[in-house]
Every structure is written in C-alpha cells, then in structure tokens.
Design a protein around this ligand. Structure first.
Ligand SMILES: Cc1cc2nc3c(=O)[nH]c(=O)nc-3n(C[C@H](O)[C@H](O)[C@H](O)COP(=O)(O)O)c2cc1C
Length: 705
C-alpha cells in the first residue's frame, strides 16, 4: 500500500537482482562489538536485528576485515577472513532477513588507519598521518610519549595477496546468505588510500594516473565477480569529495561512478571526506541536514545504477523530498539508526515526533567507544550495547520515585522508571525541563541538542510523569518517596579571588540563556541572557566555556579563554574539537558553510585567573608564575562542579537517595543519560542503598540487608 505522507521513502527499489522494500538504508556502521577473533556474537546480531525490526529496507553491516592480522579498523570489528566465521555471519543475515530487510556486508581493510595492529601498517604510500578523528589514531601512553605509527607502502606481492583476500571475504559473505557486498573505498581506508591522489604517491601500476589509482579497486571488483558471480550485487562506498587539497573532488567522483557502472556494480554509496578532513567524515553537530546530498545528486545525473546518499539525514520530510526530487535513490543513515533503530516504522506510521533524532554528538558512538577501543554505545539511546534496555522488565511492584532536577539525567531516569510502571515526580528548580542541554542548544550550530531535550520532554509528558516546576524540595517534602534521585546537575564554581563579585563577572549560564520566546517550552518569566562587551574573557575548561566561546565568537566578540590545562577542551569529542578549533581560528569545518568568526579566539593555557580589577583588567598567572594582563568588559565563569549540596541532608534524613548525572560527577550528556537509565532500571519497591551508597534491588533470595 502506498504511504500517503512519504510515498517515495516507502516505495520499493531494485538494486541488481535484489528488491528492497523501501528507500531506507543503514549505511555501514562498525559497531565494534564482535568477539576478539572477529566472529559474530549476540550483541552484533541484536543490533542489526533491531534495525531490521525497525523497518530499514537495506542494512549494510559495517567495516569487516578481509585480513585481521594486517588490519582491523576497530579492535573488535567483524572479520570475514576464515571459513569458520561463516556460520556466525549466517546467523547475522538470518536475523535481518527475519524482519524483511535485505543485507550486505561492507568489506574494509583500514591500511594506515588500523586500530590494530599499531605498527608496520600497510598503505598505498608511506604517507605520514595526522588524523585527529580516526579510530586508529596515535596511542598516547602515560608518560606522554606519543607513539607514532609506522606506515609503509605495500609491495606489489602484498597488493595481489590482499586482492585475493578481498575476493575470499566477499565469497564468505555470499556463502553466509547475505544479499550483497559493499567495498569500503571511503574515509581514507586502504582502498581510498589507493584511489586518493592526496595519499597515493606510487609511481608503479597502482599509482599515478586515474586508472593507475583505480587499479587496486578494479582488481578487487574483478576478483569478487570471479568468486561470487557477476549477478551478485556489489556496491562501493567512496567519498564524493575528500575535502583536502590535492584529494579527489566531485568531477573525479563522477568518473569513478561511471567506471564502476561499466564494471557491473549494482550501486554506489556516496559519502564524504578522508580522515585528514574529519569534519566531513563524521559531520559533528554543526553540519546541517543533508549537507552532502549534492554529491549523490551529481553522481545520479551520470549513472543508471542505484545511488545512496548519507550524512546527517534525520528528518523523514527531508528524506522524502530528496528522493522525490530524484537527487538520490536511497537515503542512508548511520547514527540516526543508532539513536533510534525504529526510525522507518515511526516515519511510516506518522509518528515523526516519536523519533529520537540523533544529535550528532559523536560521544557515545565514537569518543567513548570506538576511539578508545571499546564497543559502541550511544549518548542518548542507552539500549545500544546494553540489551537490558531492549527487554525492559516492568517493576515487580510499583513505587514512588522523586527526582530532583529535570535535566537529561533526571528526565531519562523518569522515562525508564515510568515505563517500568513507577509513579514519578520531577521537582524542577526552574520553569522548564532540559537542564544543561538548554544552554548548549543556544549556540549557533548546536541547536540539535534541543532535539533531545524536546524528545525527553515529550516522553515525560506522554508517560504521565508529574512535574513540579520552581520546586526545591527539602528532606521533609520527600518522605513519601521510596527512592529519591538527586539530578541537580552542575553549578558554576566561584573561586575566591579579588573581583569575583564585580558586576561584569557573569556565568556561562547567564550568557547562554535561551531568548527564543516562540519556543513551546519557554517560561515567560525567564531571565534574559547577559549582555557581553566586545572583549570577553572566559575562565574555565568545560562545555560551558566552549559553548560560550562559540556563541560569543560567532557574534563577533573578541574572546580569550583561560584554562589551567595544557590545551583547551582536550576532553571534547575530537571531531567536534577539530571543527571548533578551526572555527576559533576564523576557519571552518570541511564542507561546512556556517558563518565564520571575525576575530580569532585566543587561548591562554596552563594559566589561571589571579584577580579581576574594577577597570576590567584581568590578571592571569601561568603555572610558571608569569603574569599577564588581559582587558575585558565581561568575564565569564565556566568552571563547573557537582551541585550536590543537599545530598548529605537527604541521606541523613534516611532517604534512599542517589546522585545521578553531573551532580555525581561532571561529565557530558552521555554520562547523564546513562546514569538516569541505569538507575531507572534498578528501582524497585524496597530498593535500598549498599555500602557504596548506590541503589540496589533484586538481591538473591535469602540475602537481606
Ligand atoms: C560509530 C560509527 C561507525 C561507523 N562505521 C562505518 C563503517 O564501518 N563504514 C563506513 O563506510 N562508514 C562508517 N561510519 C560513517 C557513517 O557510515 C556515516 O557516513 C557518517 O556517520 C555520517 O552519516 P550519519 O549522519 O548518518 O551518521 C561510521 C560512523 C560512526 C559514527
């Protein structure tokens, strides 16, 4: 039956001999959750099964190595380099087929970008690496000796050996029952290293001219066709624009597509960037919906085979539009399906508002997982990597839960608790729910944070959670609650230095207040944001400092940041940091068209503020006791500490109280959401505190406290 709202999105498509029931593709996602030998396990199956259950038509399993001894993109990627791996892969394919999805495996060798091994890495050339956003980036040991990677050009024998291994891996995937295979020729991994004029400096038959650089790819394609048959649908993923001086641009991308079509490929999957241009590969929050669509549109004008586009696609209306306009044949999503694997079903049944839109923060799926050699998580979807949240069990006996603070931790705890049948009350100090997310979302380029705040607010409303605004309950007000959660977030520290109370000393919260009076959740009596002078000094090294610097920098102010650390924002997700630093220097992220700053942001590292004078002179002292003076009309305080002042009183009153989110330890949205979700899962009538003051429930029979 034709879908009335999204007829293009929910129409079938023929890709080679494979019929896909809708236009939604999961573009390859290495969830780095396989066993250490690269074999499939329950976690891998569950992830893909949920995406299939969620209605995605075509699922391309992420980077799978054809040779784990010489290259794994992540330490626990999938492998297809031995026949004993076939049964596991077959279970994976069956899991997706059961829910009607067609599926492929992306074969990838990382070459110089391997996460494992770390030494003697193979590449097209021995090109030096500086890739801040790569999963296989330099490893820094405790003694801060950066261990550079050793990279070497592959010999011709090694090249032919690997071509054979690609062919074998594709054959194993076919044997396992997959419908298709995709070659990963994007993002600066091995095939891309050969294809890219920026990386490939060879002067033999695998380098030089366009056809020389394409030879490795073409040989792999031929080998796969020889082993799997020409009618086994083969696709290729590569970057429409590498966004680097000397790299491939769109004209050559079109040429590649025509060549691949000629060779009999079934589809091209057009992505962006190389890891030297990390913004384009991983598009952090700043990147607008579909910023990369134009590359697929250009390719589509030139070939008949199916074209997939991806990058920051979140909204079914936008996806429908680009399909209807003929800019692409399929819309591809990676992070959106991590955040909400049920995207397709929700769009199809008119539940767009229910979609938990990915905010592109890259914290759970990259910074705190693949980049640090762990399995994948998600900042806003606790079910990723943790099946307890997929099979949510109702509480044995409902109880009353009081939550102090309605930020991401408080709201997520309320959501999970209410889903499990508890009666939940949120006490929120201000007039609206959202907490620290509301500051971030006022920063140009970071409004996506609002999506999650709004989603949680809607869920809390839908689940009947009672919200008491402008409420700061005392212990006596909480007596009737079985469990109390302290989710009061962080507070701005006010170090005792001369001048701290001067009127032009404000907090990042004052600067980042929302002034949008049209927002449906906006309380009319909210204070206005602080007015800042032209010269602003920000003191701190926290999200608040970064967000204030970005907002003020965008507004044309002259911003100086003072941090006690060796560099600013080293805790930040590295792709965001890379783009932010480029913007601080009046540049931009690769492919990003946002307004650039008029003035560069200055960072004074290894330093602290000693005093602030009435006339706006700020005395800054370094860790080697050198002093300098900075003139500022406004000083913004942005050091944050847990706001947990009421905790001892609540504990002393005998309440079963636990801290969650920043009130426990100042972190990020993932820390807050994960804490909230975990505690929501633990709450039961009779839950109690253990000797670490954490909440426990469901003790084994016979164990009592
Ligand atoms: C956790 C993670 C794993 C990824 N794994 C792969 C992969 O295995 N192969 C690939 O071609 N791209 C991979 N990518 C890139 C995505 O497929 C996609 O191009 C990028 O995330 C932008 O699209 P999105 O906004 O839909 O996430 C990965 C991205 C993330 C965040």
């Amino acid at each position: 039956m034709k879908n009335k709202k999204y007829p293009a999105l929910f129409s079938p498509i023929q890709i080679g001999n494979m019929t896909v029931s809708n236009r939604i593709a999961m573009v390859p996602t290495d969830i780095s959750s396989a066993n250490a030998d690269g074999s499939v396990n329950r976690r891998v199956i569950t992830y893909h099964e949920e995406v299939a259950k969620g209605g995605t038509g075509f699922i391309i399993v992420g980077a799978t190595t054809p040779d784990k001894l010489t290259g794994r993109p992540t330490v626990t990627c999938l492998a297809a380099d031995e026949d004993p791996l076939i049964p596991g892969l077959a279970h994976l394919a069956e899991g997706m087929h059961r829910y009607g999805a067609k599926c492929a495996v992306q074969i990838q060798h990382p070459g110089r970008q391997a996460a494992w091994p770390r030494k003697n890495l193979m590449s097209a050339s021995d090109h030096v690496l500086d890739v801040p956003g790569s999963a296989g980036h330099e490893v820094i040991y405790a003694e801060s000796i950066a261990q550079g990677k050793s990279i070497r050009a592959m010999t011709v024998e090694e090249i032919y050996d690997l071509i054979e291994k690609f062919g074998e891996a594709a054959w194993r995937v076919q044997q396992a029952g997959f419908d298709s295979v995709e070659l990963h020729a994007a993002h600066g991994y091995l095939i891309a290293q050969f294809m890219s004029p920026f990386v490939n400096k060879r002067n033999d038959r695998f380098g030089g001219s366009f056809m020389g650089r394409m030879r490795f790819t073409m040989e792999i394609v031929s080998r796969i066709q020889m082993k799997c048959g020409k009618d086994f649908p083969l696709g290729i993923r590569y970057s429409g624009d590498e966004w680097i001086e000397g790299g491939r641009r769109l004209d050559e991308t079109v040429r590649v597509a025509k060549l691949m079509e000629e060779m009999g490929l079934a589809y091209v999957d057009i992505t962006a960037g190389i890891f030297e241009s990390p913004g384009a590969v991983m598009d952090p929050m700043y990147y607008p919906e579909g910023w990369n669509t134009y590359t697929a549109a250009e390719v589509k004008k030139n070939v008949e085979i199916a074209v997939i586009t991806s990058h920051s696609l979140r909204n079914p209306d936008y996806c429908e539009k680009i399909l209807a306009e003929g800019k692409t044949d399929m819309v591809g999503m990676c992070r959106q399906l991590i955040a909400d694997p049920y995207w397709a079903n929700k769009a199809r049944t008119g539940k767009k508002k229910e979609i938990r839109r990915c905010i592109s923060c890259l914290v759970g799926c990259w910074q705190e997982s693949l980049m640090i050699k762990r399995d994948m998580r998600c900042a806003i979807n606790p079910a990723i990597g943790d099946e307890r949240f997929i099979h949510l069990q109702p509480a044995k006996k409902a109880c009353k839960v009081g939550i102090i603070g309605g930020g991401p931790a408080g709201m997520e705890a309320a959501r999970i608790s209410a889903l499990r049948g508890h009666k939940v009350v949120i006490f929120e100090k201000s007039g609206e729910l959202g907490g620290a997310m509301l500051y971030c979302c006022t920063v140009p380029g970071k409004s996506k944070m609002r999506w999650h705040a709004d989603w949680l607010r809607e869920q809390v409303k839908k689940l009947g959670v009672q919200v008491k605004y402008r409420a700061e309950p005392k212990a006596k007000d909480l007596k009737g609650f079985d469990v109390v959660l302290l989710a009061t977030g962080g507070r701005v520290a006010r170090p005792e230095i001369p001048g701290i109370d001067l009127p032009f000393v404000v907090t990042f919260e004052d600067v980042l207040r929302c002034k949008n009076s049209k927002c449906e959740h906006y309380p009319a009596d909210k204070a206005k944001p602080a007015k800042c002078g032209q010269n602003v000094l920000i003191w701190g090294d926290h999200f608040g400092a970064a967000d204030a610097a970005e907002q003020l920098g965008c507004a044309g102010k002259k911003v100086t940041i003072v941090t006690e650390n060796g560099d600013f924002a080293e805790w930040m997700e590295p792709v965001h940091r890379d783009v932010m630093m480029k913007r601080f220097a009046c540049g931009n992220g690769e492919g990003l068209k946002s307004k650039t700053y008029k003035n560069p942001v200055r960072i004074i590292a290894n330093s602290s503020v000693l005093e602030i004078d009435k006339d706006g002179t700020v005395v800054v002292v370094s860790n080697t006791f050198e002093r300098c003076k900075v003139k500022a009309e406004t000083v913004v305080l942005a050091k944050v500490e847990p706001n947990d002042g009421t905790y001892p009183k609540l504990l002393d009153a005998g309440l079963a109280v636990v801290k969650i989110g920043d009130s426990k330890r100042v972190r990020n949205v993932r820390g807050a959401v994960t804490d909230g979700a975990n505690v929501g899962l633990t709450i039961e009538a009779g839950a109690t505190l253990n000797a670490n003051n954490e909440l426990i429930s469901n003790l084994p029979t016979g164990i009592e406290l």
